[in-house]
Design a protein around this ligand. Structure first.
Ligand SMILES: [Zn+2]
Length: 135
């Protein structure tokens, strides 16, 4: 891995390392991290602590997308799920490497980093997290 690439990976820790944060007052965990806890507000100021999330969770609900935005055309149909992470936060993500028939509420999944979108008019490639079934 070149130095420029290594630096790129280090500089965006929350997207690539699944960093969230925790309120030092009520201990709720947030992803993506928040500046203040929406429940404790002022009481949480200066008490938000970075936490490494496992990226593991389970499917709370899901939907199958049959007609996607143009950039995603090659992947249709694909499942989008709301995933409740082990630490508590719920996030939306695409499920990959899984037959649509295998997806169900309660399915255990873990995060994986994938190409999200290529080309577009800038020619840039975007990476981000998706979810796959736990082994
Ligand atoms: Zn709080």
């Amino acid at each position: 891995m070149g130095e420029a690439v290594a630096r790129f990976w280090r500089e965006i820790p929350q997207r690539y390392n699944f960093m969230g944060n925790k309120c030092g007052s009520c201990e709720r965990i947030f992803f993506p991290p928040r500046e203040a806890c929406p429940f404790c507000r002022r009481k949480s100021m200066g008490k938000m602590q970075e936490v490494q999330l496992t990226g593991k969770g389970e499917v709370v609900t899901y939907t199958i997308i049959h007609v996607g935005p143009e950039e995603f055309e090659e992947q249709v149909p694909y499942p989008i799920a709301i995933i409740k992470l082990e630490e508590g936060p719920q996030i939306t993500g695409q499920i990959v490497d899984c037959s649509i028939d295998d997806i169900h509420i309660g399915l255990k999944v873990e995060s994986t980093f994938r190409r999200i979108q290529a080309e577009g008019y800038t020619g840039a490639i975007y990476y981000g997290y998706k979810f796959k079934k736990c082994e």
